[in-house]
Design a protein around this ligand. Sequence first.
Ligand code: BES
Ligand code: ZN
Length: 874
Amino acid sequence: MEQFRKQARLPKFAVPNRYDIRLKPDLSACTFGGSVSILLHIVADTRFIVLNAADLSIDSGSVSFTPQNSSKALQPSKVELVEEDEILVLEFLETLPMGMGVLAILFEGILNDKMKGFYRSTFEDNGVKKNMAVTQFEPADARRCFPCWDEPACKAKFKITLDVPSNLVALSNMPIMEEKVDGHLKTVSYQESPIMSTYLVAVVVGLFDYLEDHTSDGIKVRVYCQVGKASQGKFALYVAVKTLELYKEYFAVPYSLPKLDMIAIPDFAAGAMENYGLVTYRETALLYDEQHSAAANKQRVATVVAHELAHQWFGNLVTMEWWTHLWLNEGFATWVSYLATDSLFPEWKIWTQFLDECTEGLRLDGLAESHPIEVEINHAGEIDEIFDAISYIKGASLIRMLQSYLGAEPFQRSLASYIKKYACSNAKTEDLWSALEEGSGEPVNKLMNSWTKQQGYPVVSVKVKDQKLEFDQSRFLSSGAQGDGQWIVPITLCCGSYDAHKNFLLQKETELFDIKEFLGYPIAEDKSSWIKLNVDQTGFYRVKYDEELAARLRYAIQMKCISATDRFGILDDSFALCMARQLSLTSLLTLMSAYREEEEYTVLSNLMTISRKVARVAADASPELLDYIKQSFINLFQHTAEKLGWDPKQGESHLNAMLRGEILTALAVFGHDSTINEATRRFHSFLDDRSTTLLPPDIRKTAYVAVMQNVSSSNRLGYESLLRVYRETDQSQEKARILSSLASSHDTSVILEALNFLLSSEVRSQDAVFGLSVSVEGRETAWMWLKDNWDHISKTWGSGFLITHFVSQIVSPFASFEKAMEIQEFFASRTTPSVARTLKQSLERVNINAKWAQSIKNENELADTVKELAIIKL
Ligand code: BES
Ligand code: ZN
């Protein structure tokens, strides 16, 4: 028995083939009973059957194994559930005969409130609070619902039967085969599924309305929502039908099930989950309400739907062999979701917006405490943590880099053959590379291994000297430290025009490039001859230009010679280098002022993010300059804000609608009085009449944040009004918007109240993390609050990944070494595996901020530059 403990994976002497599962949830007692018969293949001599189970009570007497061709059921001599290892060990007196057989087990469990396994979610039915039952199994919680081989490579067929109240909707992966009503109860049995992994099995039982449509080849698609909200599912339904059709073309394989249901769940830990044929969502990621949803909400719905449907092929049909290859699933689905969204809504310029995501990946991977894309997983508890920006965003960025290197056509062709080859089976990262290598003739394996097996990414420094460019790569670290590593970097560059374009692989640490040879003529040695690397920002690396080249690029930006993606890249790299103390804040601010006439949504959005971060560090580094810095940012954004105005323009673009809210919010946060006043005026009209046209959804957050700027302990009216709106709305996006604004006040007692509100029964536990973005003034209050409430917080959120937000959002904003020490001491006795990595990363960020702040203090020219920028108006 001991030999099965503390193992990363189950022993494989028995392999499941087909599960027959029956579940009977009791929604008022919050329990369930179940039975499972598993058709097994015994492939090696053994007296043991070892499978996963957790939080279940197993009826030991019910356990039996019946070898095929035998009428005699064997009973195990010992049945042991080892909770720590989440395994069920069945020991038999005699060696089991090789070949097929059926394992039968009866069990019971609890419909928990932890949003994983088989859990309960609540909703209101005519003012009465009721329960529904929902499953969430990824990564390793199917074992909390039924005993099983809970590993992605143990694929089997599933035949599910549910015993539920007859008035409820009961859904599972497959269409209903038969439904038998017997008074208040009904027995619903579903068709047998194709072979699939346990983490994709799903069941939902509750009260819902739905909308229905079908694809051109007859796949029935439904969106299920809370009763009365069906019309809000219309947009997601449209996206789903279009996306299924698109993926069928792209992957050259049709969707493999007869139906697809998508359903909004009121309590849901992640954003959405790709269960085969029954995709579950948070309400905010599925519902679109004409009245109350913002353009950003609409975009979120489209990208989440496109992401989950991508998994129906990439993940569900072809599944990762083990969690080490999780990034294949998530990185790929993220990349494809942009492809699909771009095809449906080209005017959203979603690939430009992708850069906003990409920078998150670069930020995390710029930490010493990052991890390689492929991580060894030794225990189920470690899997949750790798659902992070490395797997998703670095993963997606590498796919993008590779696709752009290989070309769209060979990439798609090879991908389709990969899907065909591994359909209904499992694959590893190398299998994808081999398919791409075969299809393109390029050395994909060698190229990509340097990116997936080592952590981090390079910064490519480039210097110009005598008509030559000198390239030099080293690992980029946000701390400014020297890192190890070497990559095969697909370099792209343009000289003076987007027509003069060159690609090559940088394989060594340093390399020289002859510009004259490339262009056929010498490059002018003046401002007009800019050189941009990483053209279109398709590479996952940063570029550091020498002063000469940086000045030429700045000039080219002002002359409007540089594309939006490249403007984004130049800004983003400069900011990262500034934080790593390789570029002064003075230079960064000077560069930022070259973006005064910027109009592109994604570039402006990043400019605002960077401005907020600069203002935050300035509060520590040079508080005496803070007002000037804020004023310089107001100057930077005011012009665009005025052009956009407050009211939506007839037929305006999606991007302008998103931009308006973001830019006005930024102005409010920087203390721009007339923005705050106008927002407050509109908020009051909204309080009087929730359907006023003065406060459309795109600018509601602006109004909420603006109102909070003037709230204090002696003037709490704005805060109370916001809470009233929160209580009166049943729209989840509206609630999220309010929660994310509540702690933006400058008054610490109000902030404390806002934080305490997050722990109240009025906030669903899935939503509390929205309320953790606290103003600079509130940092210390938030930290004390976290300490005071840690026991409760870790009890409530500690078993999932939401707890990491509490740590990262409250810890990361600090900027002092002493604080880092204090935080480390507090957690010394409190770290659990689920927050360990996040804590280390957050502490590293605090130390980086501290060093950054220190170096800013020593910048002599900063004061003059900032004061100058504060008076310049466009
Ligand atoms: N497979 C994930 C859901 C998931 C996340 C399960 C974490 C277990 C742990 C799903 O496909 C997903 O990636 N959802 C994202 C949304 C997506 C659009 C990036 C999420 O939940 O945030
Ligand atoms: Zn995913």
